[in-house]
Design a protein around this ligand. Sequence first.
Ligand SMILES: [Mg+2]
Length: 288
Amino acid sequence: MSEQTGAPLSFPTEFYDAYIFDMDGTIYLGDELLPGVARMINELRDRNIPVRFLSNNPTKDPQQYVQKLTKLGLPTDISDIANTVVTMTKWLSENHPQAVVYPIAEEPLVRSLSEAGIRISEDPAEIDFVIASYDRTFEYKKLQIAFDAIWYHKRAKLIATNPDRYCPFPGGRGEPDCAAIIAAIEACTQTKCEMVIGKPNPQMLVEAIAGLDVDPEHCIMVGDRLGTDIQMAVRTGMVSAMPLTGDSTWRQAVALDKKDQPTFLLDRADRLIPQTVWDERGWNENNW
Ligand SMILES: [Mg+2]
């Protein structure tokens, strides 16, 4: 919150019916929970308020998030996690179950598609969808297959798991993400990516609260990125909060049109818990 210069941060004064959290930059950074996150999640769970975790990252199985959160001290059920591996697989299963796909992706997405009975092929002549993804095994051969399927055979459509430019790492570093793969394919085929399933696509939020008996208008989406987490909440009509512990800055948030700004700007995630509870529990900024 070093950049804050004018308008104050604003914090919720009441609880919501469900909390949907981005993970990277919101719950943890690298292998450490961010300040106050553990007591905030525990407080919500003690009150039996549903907590869901949402990620655009298609390089991990939901099971890997369960393991990560549990290792960080937040034991979590697999049903509380949705990422683009889950949403892409469901979207194809529900809308194009017969389609032949070519995922430019790492093992978790490929495995998930196979397990769902989606047919995968490297033959450009029969591919219906090229799926661009965050793929650290990306190579020229994959680009050629995508090119042939889309440009030469004029058959395949380009879809993608997530729109992120890079995945943030501790210390300000990062890794090129799905946007780079989309751009490579668009550049050589002169086509446009037709659908991106990850945040800010409202489908992600629909998936996150699936099975909960809650009104989206009484839920809150919490995330550190304006263009994905907050924009998705805006498109869904959901209240949103942005902790300044990750990617987007206070300055970027207040520069947006009012309608695109997060409802709440937080210096830390445990500000989601109303001040009255902080007082009851004797919480302060240093004793988390
Ligand atoms: Mg994030």
